[in-house]
Design a protein around this ligand. Structure first.
Ligand SMILES: *Cc1c(COP(=O)(O)O)cnc(C)c1O
Length: 402
């Protein structure tokens, strides 16, 4: 009985007052085409069968749930569990929607995938999908990010993608989106623009949520098998919000399960030092949709900071903005220090090096465990931390005490 998911968003992509599609006129027919194709294909048994095959035989799904018993003992209080999206091929949950977007492109007769990328994680996942489906791939990336994230640039090129450097403005994620949208217009007939989270114009927030829903469906069943009941609390980090929506979707109709999104508080609560959009944002528009937004004094998207580059976005998926308004999901934040502490703790005590993004959810679970004796907390371990080990050890050493 997925009553919430069936009724949300509306047909034109609104989650309450958030979402929608504000597009340059030449793109309107293309997004309409994507929406119609998704509508049809998501009900096609052939498409669903193909996607299941890919998830099982290429991605390595289902991913397990692990009981973090050492960490639970150390924190005292609640028992902490993690859904192991770090064990997906390419090491994070992003492949869940990238493979599905690739399959959608194939069914639509497209021959190319394109996108922007910030830290390069979405670019690598999409380049993987393009290689799998035998498609071309074009990834726009800011010059600053290219310099910072060299291994991901190498991965994308090895996988056959063309990486287009973006050299205007802040030369980072926001400019990469602008550049990619511009380059997409003349090739939209043959190309699918594959957005990397539950953000962007309709139908992407809906589609990406539903492609990520597999995480929540698996997790609910696995958790019941393991413990005989539902978790008391479910939590995930929120950047754009795709790993969180995927897990939350599995529990959203279970009113007894509390849901907790964890935003990055960075180094302080001053504007520019964090990316906690729901905690501090106001209504606004970014990249073709209406949502909560961190704005500077001119009303433009504000600069943001977090130790986890995958959470570095001044907006947030419209569904999260909506769920914060209805109160179904609680939103809170963890700062860089707490995330680092959690990064070391999960590595040392559970043998799992988490992505710095996922470490925000671990930090929340560690904090809340103490206050919730006898309860259970299920967190989404959205990705593995191999990409972060050089940065972390060179900057902070091998433990919190270094
Ligand atoms: C990109 C990324 C995120 C943030 O994206 P969401 O859409 O908010 O899930 C979180 N964790 C990892 C490991 C990522 O690579």
């Amino acid at each position: 009985m997925a009553s919430y998911l069936k009724s949300t968003p509306t047909r034109d992509g609104f989650f309450g007052k958030y979402g929608g599609a504000m597009l340059p006129p030449p793109l309107i027919p293309h997004f309409k085409e994507i929406g119609e194709a998704y509508d049809k294909l998501s009900k096609s048994s052939e498409f669903v069968r193909d996607l299941r095959y890919i998830r099982k035989h290429f991605q390595g799904r289902p991913t397990p749930i692990s009981h973090f018993s050492n960490l639970s003992d150390i924190c005292g209080g609640a028992q902490i569990y993690g859904k192991r999206e770090d064990l997906n091929h390419t090491g994070a949950h992003k492949l869940n929607h990238c493979m599905a977007e690739g399959l959608l492109a194939k069914y639509m007769g497209k021959t190319k995938l394109m996108a922007e990328t910030g830290a390069g994680q979405h670019g690598v996942a999409l380049a993987t999908a393009a290689a799998y489906f035998g498609m071309e791939c074009e990834i726009h990336m800011g010059e600053i990010d290219i310099a910072k994230e060299a291994p991901n640039v190498t991965r994308m090129k090895l996988l056959g993608a063309t990486v287009v450097p973006v050299g205007f403005g802040g030369r980072s994620l926001k400019e990469a989106v602008d550049s990619a949208f511009g380059a997409y217009i003349p090739q939209a007939d043959t190309t699918l623009f594959a957005i990397g989270s539950v953000v962007g114009p309709h139908p992407f927030p809906l589609m990406v949520r539903n492609f990520q829903h597999v995480v929540g469906i698996e997790a609910r069943e696995q958790f019941m098998d393991m413990t005989g009941g539902l978790p008391d609390m479910v939590t995930a980090c929120v950047g754009g919000g795709s790993n969180a929506m995927g897990l939350f979707a599995g529990f959203i109709d279970d009113e007894e399960v509390s849901l907790h999104g964890v935003e990055p508080m960075g180094t302080s609560s001053n504007l520019g030092d964090h990316a906690a959009t729901i905690s501090f944002g106001e209504d606004g528009d970014i990249h073709g949709f209406h949502t909560l937004l961190l704005k500077d004094k001119d009303g433009e998207p504000a600069p943001v900071h977090t130790i986890a580059s995958g959470l570095d976005y001044p907006g947030v998926g419209p569904e999260h903005a909506h769920l914060s308004t209805t109160g179904r999901v609680n939103y809170t934040a963890a700062n860089d220090k707490e995330a680092l502490n959690a990064f070391y703790a999960l590595s040392r005590h559970e043998g799992i090096i988490p992505a710095l993004e996922s470490a925000h959810a671990v930090a929340f679970a560690m904090r809340e465990a103490k206050n919730n004796p006898g309860k259970s907390i299920l967190l989404n371990l959205s990705g593995r931390g191999d990409k972060d080990i050089d940065y972390v050890t060179e900057t902070f050493g091998y433990s919190v005490d270094d």
